[in-house]
Design a protein around this ligand. Structure first.
Ligand SMILES: Nc1ncnc2c1ncn2[C@@H]1O[C@H](COP(=O)(O)OP(=O)(O)OP(=O)(O)O)[C@@H](O)[C@H]1O
Ligand SMILES: [Mg+2]
Length: 327
């Protein structure tokens, strides 16, 4: 397995108290595999990703438990210098907002080229040629001319392609894309997502794709992990989930996707709000919003039950996963 996150716990100490942002996350990604991570705002998707990448703000963040095995090594046990070597070269991250992630005062050619001069010891001239090659590869038209331009001279979609090129430069084994298309127009979103999926296959990378958009997931993901209040509540091969969710929260997310064949129908929305991470409800964290909740849900925290039958490994943290699956 390329990456295995085991029982990860992360909290933030703030003036108002301790926010438990990540509460025992387990997920894994293999080479050539895409894991989509879903969940409402604040569910801990980005914090988990930042912890894997080694870019969590500490303090206020604190990793209180867990392991992050990457190519067999526990990243949490490495020295910062060793982690820095892995970052960029072995794993890279793509963010939502390219404009704030790229350096505004360096041409894109210089930024891309730096990957090769700094990490690979290439000459400036060779690095520039590699930059053009990469820009071609992510299908930026007229790369040879545009390599001299600055980030603000590119459209949002083109900037996102540049960020993908930066991430790919050193051919990492793992890419984490945190809502890589959220800031783009719908048509551009689809193009950038297709490109990312294609490159992921070509490079046989592991890809963790964090997204709000269940619509894109069906096409590109192999597995889905659904997060709620800092936990994985359902984890399954993508087709299993679309056939029938095994957690009421996943069902709620699926029912809130706009569907072309149901125009005009009111969109279902999950009632209520996610809990405060300083006061996560007892029992199942989802119970106050759950249409299926029973007494046991208010008292006993559900473990991740194994769900069968499945095309692969499947788990649901719902006491009533069977009812959910068949209901
Ligand atoms: N630097 C920080 N200081 C304090 N709290 C933080 C910090 N970063 C994240 N948090 C808190 O951790 C929780 C999880 O945040 P996270 O960014 O992982 O959510 P997310 O699932 O990525 O949401 P979104 O879909 O909005 O990106 C949130 O309650 C957030 O306020
Ligand atoms: Mg986020």
């Amino acid at each position: 397995m390329l990456l295995e996150v085991r029982d990860l716990h992360v909290e933030f100490r703030t003036r108002d108290g301790v926010a438990k942002a990540v509460n025992g996350v387990n997920y894994s990604v293999d080479a050539g595999e895409t894991l989509a991570v879903l969940g409402e705002s604040g569910s801990g998707k980005s914090v988990t990703a930042q912890t894997v990448m080694g870019i969590l703000d500490m303090p206020p963040g604190r990793i209180t438990a867990g392991e992050i095995l990457f190519q067999g090594k526990d990243l949490l046990k490495l020295k910062e210098e060793e982690r820095r070597k892995i970052r960029g070269a072995e794993m890279a991250m793509i963010f939502q907002d390219a404009l704030s992630s790229l350096n505004p005062v360096l041409s894109v050619g210089d930024q891309l080229g730096e990957m090769f001069t700094v990490h690979r010891g290439m000459s400036k001239k060779d690095a520039r040629a590699k930059a053009v090659e990469l820009m071609d590869h992510v299908r930026i038209p007229a790369a040879k001319e545009r390599v001299k331009q600055y980030p603000h001279q590119f459209s949002g979609g083109m900037r996102q392609r540049i960020m993908i090129a930066m991430a790919l430069a050193l051919e990492p084994a793992l890419i984490i894309a945190d809502e890589p298309t959220t800031a783009l127009d719908v048509t551009v979103q689809a193009q950038v997502m297709d490109l990312l999926a294609e490159l992921q296959r070509e490079y046989n990378m592991g890809l963790i794709l964090i997204t709000h958009d269940l619509g894109v997931v069906a096409d590109v993901a192999d597995r889905i992990a659904v997060m709620y209040a800092g936990r994985i509540v359902e984890s399954a091969p993508v087709h299993d989930i679309y056939k029938a969710p095994a957690h009421p929260y996943t069902r709620g997310l699926l029912d809130s996707i706009p569907r072309l064949d149901q125009k005009g129908q009111e969109l279902y929305a999950i009632k209520g709000l996610p809990p405060s991470l300083m006061h996560i409800p007892k029992g199942c964290a989802f119970h106050p919003r759950c249409p299926m909740a029973q007494d046991v849900c208010r008292t006993d925290e559900p473990p991740l039950y194994e769900v069968t039958p499945s095309d692969g490994e499947r788990g649901s943290a719902c006491h009533f996963w069977r009812e959910c699956l068949h209901g």
